[in-house]
Ligand binder design. Structure first.
Ligand code: MN
Length: 209
């Protein structure tokens, strides 16, 4: 671990007396690395794509969400590392707080890092990300198969804001291709079957009680 607290940025943005998002705890993890895709109805609707690397979820905001079609290049803008428990976060972040709005878990599962160097040796996933290109195979309930994340802007110290592309790496048969990102307002949580609207309505109910 290079950083003393890998979640410093995450915690700095949030008041945990006001939001029910997890604070994160050290020493979590173990087993196959996890991924999660959340739909976040914040000031602008977007998907949050997160991959476990060590004790954190590396995170990108993907406005259109991941596609199952290799011809689609989806913009992915990095956001701060999130705690592993965030995989299970679904609910309403209070208005006025950072990321205020409703969150549902659209898909989750495990992934297998696939990046190799020119000699065919595996590259550690965090190193691949640092270099700006990582390939991986998702095993989710909706998303399946090979994807690549590639940085195309920024990345140098003090440079412009980073921008990446999230692309399905290989065409597959319709049976194994996995599902494309849905209309976010109709999408249902893989955890609870609820829509954003239902989670928001229940969140408001909880506040009134
Ligand atoms: Mn978000």
């Amino acid at each position: 671990m290079t950083d003393k607290d890998p979640l410093r940025r995450y915690r700095g943005k949030r008041d945990f007396d006001l939001t029910r998002e997890p604070r994160g705890r050290p020493g979590a993890g173990g087993g196959d690395p996890r991924f999660v895709v959340q739909i976040h109805d914040a000031s602008t609707m977007h998907f949050d794509f997160r991959l476990q690397v060590g004790e954190v979820l590396k995170s990108w905001s993907v406005p259109k969400g991941p596609s199952a079609d290799p011809r689609d290049k989806r913009l992915a803008v990095p956001t701060e590392d999130h705690p592993l428990e965030y995989e299970n976060f679904e609910g309403v972040i209070p208005e006025g707080e950072y990321g205020g709005g409703t969150v549902i878990v659209w898909d989750h599962g495990t992934y297998r890092p696939l990046s190799h160097d020119r000699r065919g040796r595996p590259v550690p996933f965090d190193e691949a990300l640092e270099r700006g290109h990582a390939t991986f195979c998702l095993d989710g309930l909706k998303l399946r198969g090979e994807y690549a994340l590639t940085r195309f802007r920024g990345g140098k110290e003090g440079g412009e804001r980073e921008a990446w592309l999230l692309v399905k790496a290989k065409a597959e048969s319709a049976r194994t291709a996995g599902r494309a990102a849905p209309d976010p307002r109709r999408a249902r949580s893989v955890r609870s079957g609820r829509t954003l609207h239902q989670v928001a309505a229940e969140g408001r109910g909880a506040e009134e009680r």
